[in-house]
Design a binder for this molecule. Sequence first.
Ligand SMILES: Nc1ncnc2c1ncn2[C@@H]1O[C@H](COP(=O)(O)OP(=O)(O)OP(=O)(O)O)[C@@H](O)[C@H]1O
Length: 256
Amino acid sequence: MAFLDVKGITKVFGGLVAVDNVTFHVEKGEIVSIIGPNGAGKTTVFNMLTGVYEIDKGEILFEGEPIHNHTPQEIVKAGISRTFQNIRLFPNLRVIENVLVGTHIHTKYNFFASLFRTPQYKEEEARLTVKAIHILESIGLGDQINNYARNLAYGDQRKIEIARAIATDAKIILLDEPAAGMNPQESEELLRFIRELRDKGYTIILIEHDMSVVMNISDRIYVIDHGKQIAEGLPAEIASNEQVIEAYLGGVKKDA
Ligand SMILES: Nc1ncnc2c1ncn2[C@@H]1O[C@H](COP(=O)(O)OP(=O)(O)OP(=O)(O)O)[C@@H](O)[C@H]1O
């Protein structure tokens, strides 16, 4: 049984089959990338994995249990959390508050406890604040805890998003184009950071256009084009795969 087992998932929008019978699996502790040209269906796959879209066909099993068509909140609670292509933070909140948002998925107190700030509420909040501080320290943002998210460098804002995902107690973290908008030095730092996450026991699924990031970091790669899976393999296998090269060159034949 794979840690995450995705079997034949399909998503149709009107007449467009955006994702067509895509199958892949991810083992615990792996870094797996999903790549493909623009509009290939990568983000749609993430949206199905995270419950944003219902799937039209197929199955998604996480630790052996079906999670397809569960709500996004249920999926986060099960242990799958994501970041977004365009960073989604609360820019006018402090760094720690942005991370606390992630911890609240598991809070035990009810609405009245938070309204009247009961001892149970205060105790829980204190515990979660300590947890958020530990996460921020562990990813090198310990000195930015009280800064406003908007003041941080782009690469660090990405880290806050990842910290928020960690704060949900995620086991699998889905990263949607984390290197987008980064300069080579920031991408280099991101590579190191993602490897550190893996070394800490997280499983990572990555959508990324920056091939130097993908080829450097992935244990395995799946390639989709026009919604269909066209290849899977090790980075070296994917880099030399004719069909993949053709998909990226827009169908231009090598010897043309
Ligand atoms: N909500 C939607 N309604 C209709 N069509 C959609 C919707 N979401 C995605 N699509 C279409 O599905 C196809 C796949 O889109 P998707 O965003 O998954 O591709 P992608 O591989 O993530 O692309 P990119 O690399 O450009 O982000 C595209 O043709 C897109 O226009």
